[in-house]
Design a protein around this ligand. Structure first.
Ligand code: IPM
Ligand code: MN
Length: 354
């Protein structure tokens, strides 16, 4: 098979972790007789520096022309401490999600048996956790009207959702639930927010189309608590953009490291795969960044965009093996053990796959 993949490395540790995902993907492609054509394109602070736009048209066209997009990370401290900056790297990510119509962000949370002691949570609570968040990605407060009034003394951001936006995300949730344990949790704040009441109303009306799926409705504050208390009680969770952003960072604690969790962002035409972690600027160029979240994102890409299940499994198996053997970056290492660099981990995975 011929795979055409846009490659957006982005900022900070993005280029380093992307390099490993490319190595590993190429190794899998070789093994299973595929050919990958990589199309690199600029995004984030790197694109602001080069052309003044964090998601230039050229990059957009490269994404549209590709079968899938593999993305590293975005963000630079230079902008974080400057609230007056007019152009920010993160705007590139939001623009890209919107322009590519990537409305469903799929964020799995699972544990690795060999890393169960890495989580700060009690082993017996988290063992066997296997849940998936479907986070709405192109609506809500991220994209609503915002601004200042009263001479800048008042600021506002608005959360707007249409029934149509809620429904297309919920359809994905019901469909995913049907392939798993048929349990769906709709996360909202319907006791306070009107947009949440529309979520609940919309999802309730869909229940009759999926009679086998058992739907629970829970408030986001309660989910935040139960998620770390009883993560095993959840399977598929659907939620709006901001709640999903917050809860998926929280959920990554279950797996023991942010450096492990992959994600997919799905639209009607395009799909993008990226680690859930950020650009980790302090680690840039040090060779200590954990590449596994990006490599597992590449596994999701093989599986979801190309239906290449064996290929995805080969990557997952290699990751499991390197974790079990302790061939990992320093974030996962016990004291006094040798850690491996970002590229050594990538090379080791390649050697396993070969
Ligand atoms: C994420 C990130 C982004 C978000 C930022 C970088 C804009 O935190 O993908 O979760 O808030 O969506
Ligand atoms: Mn986030």
């Amino acid at each position: 098979m011929q795979l055409k993949i846009a490659l957006l490395a982005g900022d900070g540790i993005g280029p380093e972790v992307i390099e490993q995902a490319v190595k590993v993907s190429n190794a899998v492609a070789d093994k299973f007789n595929h050919v990958i054509e990589w199309i690199p394109a600029l995004t984030g602070a790197a694109a602001i520096d080069a052309v003044g736009d964090p998601y230039p048209d050229e990059t957009h066209h490269a994404c549209l022309a590709a079968d899938a997009v593999l993305f590293g990370a975005i963000g630079h401290p230079r902008f974080d401490n400057d609230p007056s900056a007019k152009v920010r790297p993160e705007q590139g990510l939001l623009k890209m999600r919107k322009k590519l119509g990537l409305f469903a962000n799929v964020r799995p949370t699972f544990t690795f048996p060999s890393l169960i002691n890495k989580s700060p949570l009690k082993q017996e609570r988290i063992e066997g956790t296997d849940l998936i968040f479907l986070r709405e990605l192109t609506g809500g407060i991220y994209f609503g009207d915002r601004g200042r009034k009263d001479n800048g003394e008042t600021a506002f951001d608005t959360c707007t959702y249409t029934r149509k936006e809620i429904k297309r995300l919920a359809v994905k949730g019901f469909e995913l639930a049907m392939t798993r344990s048929k349990k769906l949790c709709c996360v909202d704040k319907a006791n306070v927010l009107e947009s949440s009441r529309l979520w609940r109303e919309t999802v309730q009306a869909m229940e009759k189309d999926y009679p086998e799926v058992e739907v629970a409705y829970e408030f986001v504050d309660a989910v935040a608590m139960r998620l770390v208390q009883w993560p095993n009680s959840y399977d598929v969770l659907i939620t709006e953009n901001l709640f999903g952003d917050i809860l998926t960072d929280e959920a990554s604690v279950i797996s023991g490291s942010m450096g492990l969790m992959p994600s997919a962002s799905i639209g009607t035409q395009n799909a993008l795969y990226e680690p859930i972690h950020g650009s980790f600027p302090q680690a840039t160029g040090l060779g200590i960044a954990n590449p596994l979240a990006t490599i597992l994102s590449a596994a999701m890409m093989f599986e979801m965009s190309f239906n290449l299940i064996k290929e995805g499994a080969a990557i997952r198996k290699a990751v499991d093996q390197s974790l079990a053997e302790g061939k990992v970056t320093e974030d996962l290492i016990e004291k006094n053990m040798k850690s491996y660099s970002t590229s050594e981990v990538g090379d080791y995975l390649v050697s396993i796959i070969k």
